[in-house]
Write a protein that binds this ligand. Structure first.
Ligand code: PLP
Length: 434
């Protein structure tokens, strides 16, 4: 697969380069130069295939020149080794639960696939890689657990003291082995700045093979197509049209669904549901894209004021707003609406949604009022397990379950390196390691 930069369509790099660089030097995003379309017969056979088998068909179409079929099959099987079940909420509304992976959020698909792709390319070179990431919460857990015990790769995660939830902190600090957590007495922006400075530091680069595990890495986008295609396969006998509703922050998850659709997966429409950070819904209304400082909401993994993946979506539609609107809509909901939705679904359906998923449910309610089609299913992507966001459920007096893997975390020893907000200390610490 060759990739271009959304800021330079003449650029052409191979997949391996895009994986290890994450971002082109011009600060655009990598996108496939040509998007392959799957043979109709392959897609027609998917109702008899499993999630990992469907995942392989998609990944192989993109990566057949980069990774052998055998190796790719092993990577896909190992990365997509947990279920993505559909929970019916009504005859034509389904919740696609993407939180059955190790960090209990959809980001596990990306984290696990990326780590295994990197390890695969490393085998040929046998150079240890040092991943540096800053996290404000969910990304760190998916990266930590995604890379845990992956040979040849060591991960250092920086997180802001007192600013991630307890579960998130435990997911970062209880792993040991090749994962280390550094607690910085500062903000997420401070952590991010230290990581950025490290990537530009000659002394560190001379000693380590530094790489980022950025959320916009192309190898995190590819595996997010898998569950859209698998859901289509599960529903295609019963329904003629499927609309996917994706709770969106950086718009990577929904961009992956749209990429799957460009590869031939028959999907009627995509709806992005946002919280009060309504940059994209406003863009559709006004035709003007205006980034804003993010505002804090209950659905905090979507508190993004300048959704980076939106340029990927625009590129897939030749930057033509009219073409985009034929397949895509975006709607925003505030915290009050989110709370009402959580309560309503709990009382009426005895189902508990996390605040992010609740925005998707609200979008379905709106869309269904306008829909005229028969045999049309709505699928809301449930992006995280409710137990990751306990505060809102305590406020609403809703008892939520804590899965065994989370309960176990409380019994594990926490190991973090505590540091003040000083780049020099961070650098000295890294240099002191072998
Ligand atoms: C990251 C995240 C999102 C937003 O996904 P994007 O790909 O950034 O749009 C939504 N919900 C949860 C729980 C997340 O962790």
């Amino acid at each position: 697969m060759k990739l271009y930069s959304t800021k330079n369509h003449h650029l052409s790099v191979d997949f391996k380069t895009a994986v290890f660089n994450s971002l082109p030097a011009d600060n655009g995003l990598y996108m496939p130069t040509t998007i392959p379309v799957l043979d109709e017969n392959i897609i027609a056979g998917w109702d008899k295939k499993s999630l990992p088998e469907i995942a392989f068909d998609l990944a192989y179409a993109l990566l057949k020149d980069d990774i052998s079929a055998e190796a790719l099959k092993a990577i896909v099987d190992d990365a997509a080794n947990f279920e993505a079940p559909l929970h019916p909420l009504a005859d034509d509304v389904f919740i696609l639960e993407l939180f059955h992976g190790p960090s209990l959020a959809f980001k596990d698909f990306g984290g696990r696939f990326m780590s295994r792709i990197m390890a695969h390319f490393l085998k040929e070179e046998e150079k240890e890689i040092r991943i540096l990431v800053a996290t404000s919460g969910d990304t760190g857990g998916a990266v930590a657990l995604g890379f845990l015990n992956v040979p040849g790769i060591k991960v250092t995660i920086l997180y802001p003291k007192g600013k991630v939830s307890l579960i998130q902190e435990l997911q970062l600090t209880t792993n040991g082995n090749n994962i280390e957590a550094v607690e910085i007495d500062g903000t997420f922006d401070d952590c991010q700045a230290m990581v950025k400075q490290a990537f530009h530091d000659e002394e560190l680069n001379a000693k380590f093979n530094l790489t980022s595990a950025n959320s916009i890495n192309i190898s995190r986008l590819i595996p997010q197509m898998f569950y859209y295609a698998n859901t289509y396969a599960r529903l295609k006998q019963q329904f003629e049209h499927i609309t996917f509703v994706t709770p969106s922050g950086n718009f990577g998850n929904i961009a992956a669904g749209m990429l799957a659709s460009k590869m031939g997966v028959p999907i009627k429409q995509f709806i992005a549901a946002t919280n009060s950070n309504d940059i994209v819904p406003q863009y559709l209304k006004t035709g003007v894209y205006t980034a804003k400082p993010s505002v804090q909401t209950l659905a905090n993994a979507m508190d993004v004021g300048n959704p980076s993946n939106f340029v990927r979506i625009l590129d897939m539609f030749d930057k033509d707003k009219t073409k985009l609107e034929a397949a895509f809509d975006a709607v925003a909901f505030d915290d009050d609406a989110i709370k009402v939705a959580i309560k309503e679904v709990y009382q009426e359906k005895q189902y508990i949604m996390c605040p992010h998923t609740a925005t998707g449910y609200l979008a379905v309610k709106e869309a269904k009022a306008k829909n005229q089609l028969d045999k049309h299913a709505y699928v809301v992507l449930a992006t995280a397990h409710p137990c990751k966001f306990p505060d809102v459920f305590e406020e609403l007096h809703i008892p939520y379950e804590v899965p065994a893997q989370v309960a176990e975390l409380y019994h594990k020893a926490k190991h973090q390196i505590v540091m003040d907000n000083s780049y020099q200390n961070f650098k000295d610490y890294l240099l002191s390691q072998s």
